[in-house]
Design a binder for this molecule. Structure first.
Ligand SMILES: C[S@@+](CC[C@H](N)C(=O)[O-])C[C@H]1O[C@@H](n2cnc3c(N)ncnc32)[C@H](O)[C@@H]1O
Length: 249
């Protein structure tokens, strides 16, 4: 009998670990993901231990160089911005008088972001929104980024469609792709190496390029075509949009 109880406890413990730690609540719904990040916000940066030199070399500088040249006030949208990693890395390198807007479901994560970007009050803004229904007009931003987040979204394809919808023709898309040994624990949530690139190509993106970035993530860069024949405007992308707020749950 004790063996049976032990086995059951191991199965339940393993399942709980997979649901709450490995996949960070994504199979329990967006509210669970958000709650976990709400709780974890104060420790996120310390655990990630991001070094500002690495962030500049591998993220800020290449991103600043890849953004399309825009005559005035370019806008970059960072989807699932968390504690503001992309805005910070980019604004340290970017002197184009542009603005980085971060959106996320977790207010505590963005409270940390606001503190980290206190030196950039004019160039950064953080808004609570759901990545599946971005509250931005079609073709309104020059670049869209989404790092270490797509695998935690319920409908990653919808998030990609939304990101393409708000991107201007010729605009830059930068998305991380979960790879590495733990990627197999995210069934139906991620695109393995090569699959995300194929998906983006099917959506009509061009100049798709992959950089190995971290053990668990590749960086995938792409550009929205200049002509208007973007195939990434399926009916879902035209659905009514509204800003998502916690009190609407
Ligand atoms: C691992 S963190 C990544 C944060 C940041 N991009 C970075 O690279 O450090 C994942 C973030 O995705 C956010 N997130 C998850 N699902 C979301 C959704 N549907 N809409 C908006 N944000 C979401 C979480 O709140 C969390 O801040």
């Amino acid at each position: 009998m004790w063996i049976g109880i032990g086995l059951l406890a191991a199965i339940v413990g393993g399942l709980a670990y997979w649901l709450l730690i490995t996949t960070e609540g994504t199979y329990l719904g967006p509210r669970v993901v958000t709650r976990l990040y709400d709780w974890f916000a104060g420790r996120y940066d310390a655990v990630k231990n991001m070094h500002c030199v690495n962030e500049s070399i591998y993220l800020g500088i290449p991103l600043a160089e890849a953004l399309p040249p825009v005559e005035s006030s370019p806008i970059v949208l960072d989807v699932a911005t968390g504690t503001g990693r992309v805005p910070l890395a980019l604004l340290r390198q970017w002197d184009h008088g542009g603005m980085v807007i971060g959106i996320d479901r977790s207010l505590p994560m963005m409270a940390v972001a606001r503190k980290s970007l206190a030196d950039y009050p004019e160039e950064s803004a953080f808004i609570q929104q759901d990545a599946e229904a971005l509250g931005f007009a079609d073709a309104s931003v020059d670049g869209v980024t989404c790092l270490e987040a797509l695998e935690f979204m319920q409908h990653p394809q919808q998030v990609l469609r939304e990101m393409l919808r708000v991107l201007k023709p010729g605009g830059l898309l930068l998305v991380s792709n979960r790879v590495g040994s733990e990627a197999r624990f995210f069934p139906r949530r991620i695109h393995g190496r090569g699959q995300l690139e194929r998906h983006l190509r099917a959506l009509g993106l061009q100049d798709i390029r992959t950089d190995r970035w971290q053990v668990d993530y590749d960086l995938v860069w792409a550009r929205k075509r200049l002509d208007e024949e973007q195939t990434a405007s399926p009916p879902q992308a035209a659905a009514p949009r509204k800003e998502w707020r916690k009190d609407e749950e």
